[in-house]
Design a binder for this molecule. Structure first.
Ligand SMILES: C[S@@+](CC[C@H](N)C(=O)[O-])C[C@H]1O[C@@H](n2cnc3c(N)ncnc32)[C@H](O)[C@@H]1O
Length: 350
């Protein structure tokens, strides 16, 4: 969950750490896949001026509207797209926006969404909706009121990591129809008992429903693969996640793409032919400081991971002219999209 304030805008999480990990530079091109209130996007634009460009994506049209207003001073350098980041590559091809210097994912939901009447929170009563994109068909109410008990138990266990998932699913089915957030929170509380520790007993069930409604884990896996392809040489991929399921996907993806061979352990010789495409920027996950958590308690679960695009060395030897192109790109040509496009074409053809 991302921090922020309701109407005045977001407080972006790990802002300085994110800018450092993205290595934002004047004239650079960046993609913010989770625009939200535009907090990170604004910082990217400020630091990539003059000449920086940003493509911002969000599934939520309300987030796009808020960000458009916030980023108005940079309107000429920004393109905002209301779409799902699962279509990242198609979006970038459509708008001819690649290769790029950096791609950011700040996952989960924004404070604007959390504090809206769209059913993300049990702090106030609202219809059980939870869709980032209101054009999506399935809402949390549909799932809660129509799925079989065993399916409900499975999703609450898998996506909420909730040990009382069966009891909760049984209680939900008994209580149907459930239409509002507070109604669902009461049902969960009845199933598992009152507060356990610091978190509300319904927290995990709400997380599980939100992840399911928005297909969060599937979309993340799809988007990470596409993101790597869009990065130019030494371009940065930065992901901030807010729960262990997301973080595990990001960690495993980056570790895998940073290795040449991904054959199972004990395979005598490599048969996978996999080539590393990334270099990890830091082996350890980056988390907010105590001061940031104090200022902004919603940042407490944030975990940042970052990696840098590398070249596939074996391909380089085969391709005439590539040595020169690489030298040119490394030396001075980062800001020349035509050259970078040519370079990417060479790789695509290889
Ligand atoms: C944590 S907020 C981003 C906050 C932003 N970094 C800022 O500083 O204001 C996450 C945003 O990502 C959006 N989002 C989540 N999953 C998405 C997806 N699959 N495609 C597009 N946007 C998505 C949500 O709608 C939400 O607005």
């Amino acid at each position: 969950m991302s921090p922020g304030m309701p109407s005045s805008g977001h407080v972006p999480v790990l802002l300085e750490e994110t800018m450092r990990a993205l290595a934002v530079q004047p004239g650079g091109r960046y993609i913010d896949c989770t625009l939200g209130g535009g907090g990170h996007a604004l910082a990217i634009l400020e630091r990539s001026a003059p000449g920086g460009q940003l493509l911002g994506i969000d599934a939520d049209p309300e987030a796009i509207a808020v960000a458009r207003e916030r980023l108005a001073p940079y309107a000429d350098c920004v393109r905002l797209i209301n779409d799902n980041f699962a279509s990242l590559q198609a979006i970038c091809l459509k708008y001819d926006f690649f290769p790029v210097h950096g791609i950011l994912f700040d996952l989960g939901l924004s404070s604007l969404q959390l504090e809206s009447a769209r059913g993300f929170s049990f702090q106030h009563d609202a219809p059980l909706d939870m869709r980032f994109d209101p054009a999506q068909e399935v809402t949390a109410a549909d799932i809660v009121n129509t799925w079989a008990e065993a399916e409900l138990a499975r999703l609450i266990r898998a996506y909420g990591e909730e040990s009382c998932s069966q009891r909760i699913a049984r209680e939900i089915v008994r209580e149907r129809p459930i239409r509002s957030t507070l109604h669902l929170a009461r049902v969960v509380e009845r199933a598992v008992g009152r507060r356990r520790g610091r978190i509300h007993p319904a927290t995990k069930t709400f997380q599980a429903l939100r992840i399911t409604v928005n297909r969060e884990l599937e979309n993340l896996e799809l988007a990470l693969k596409q993101a790597v392809e869009l990065l130019g040489f030494e371009g940065r991929l930065v992901v901030i996640s807010y729960h262990s399921l997301e973080d595990r996907i990001v960690k495993q993806f980056m570790q895998r793409e940073a290795r040449d061979c991904i054959c199972p352990p004990n395979t005598p010789t490599c048969v996978c032919g996999h080539k590393a495409q990334l270099r990890l920027i830091s082996r350890r996950v980056i988390t907010p400081s105590a001061a940031e958590i104090e200022r902004n308690p919603r940042s407490r679960s944030a975990r940042l991971r970052a990696a840098e695009r590398t070249m596939v060395q074996d391909d380089c030897y085969e391709i005439p002219e590539l040595e020169n192109l690489l030298t040119e790109v490394k030396a001075k040509a980062w800001r020349r999209p035509a050259l970078l496009k040519k370079l990417q074409m060479v790789f695509t053809m290889a």
